[in-house]
Ligand binder design. Sequence first.
Ligand code: HEM
Length: 130
Amino acid sequence: MKPDIKTRADIEQLIIKFYEQVKTDEVIGYIFTKVVKMDWPHHIPVIINFWESILLDNPVYTQNAMEVHYTLNKKEPLLPEHFKRWVQLFTCTVDDLFEGKTAALAKTRAKSIASVMQLKMNNNNSHSIM
Ligand code: HEM
């Protein structure tokens, strides 16, 4: 039996492993390494804050996550296959490390945020070609 996600250190472990997969992924890796030259030491704690707010009910993330992706979407359209892959990698990473109620919540929230994001980005893409 694997442990559940219980602390910020657990989230850190999850996020570091997730981005290890993302960076070398053939479908979405280039977005993080070529389109955006990620400042990882800055980005990782921000993402951990984001997930701590959602999973541990501790509101340490105060930015607007959607906004960042609108800007990104103008540089490089974020397509359904990108979101599909992002969710796959996130889900697999959670399953590799954790199980339980909070691990399940992480997966459902990731999926639902990705669906909303995909819808918003796609609306934006179709407006921009009209
Ligand atoms: C196609 C899928 C996705 C791609 C390619 C992607 C890519 C990126 C990139 C490149 C950044 C950094 C942008 C920058 O600093 O200039 C970023 C930031 C972020 N992403 Fe995503 N993302 C995706 C989906 C998601 C989803 C589904 C979530 C949430 C469940 C998410 C949460 C975040 C958060 C919280 C940030 C930090 C925002 C901030 O700086 O306040 N991303 N993403």
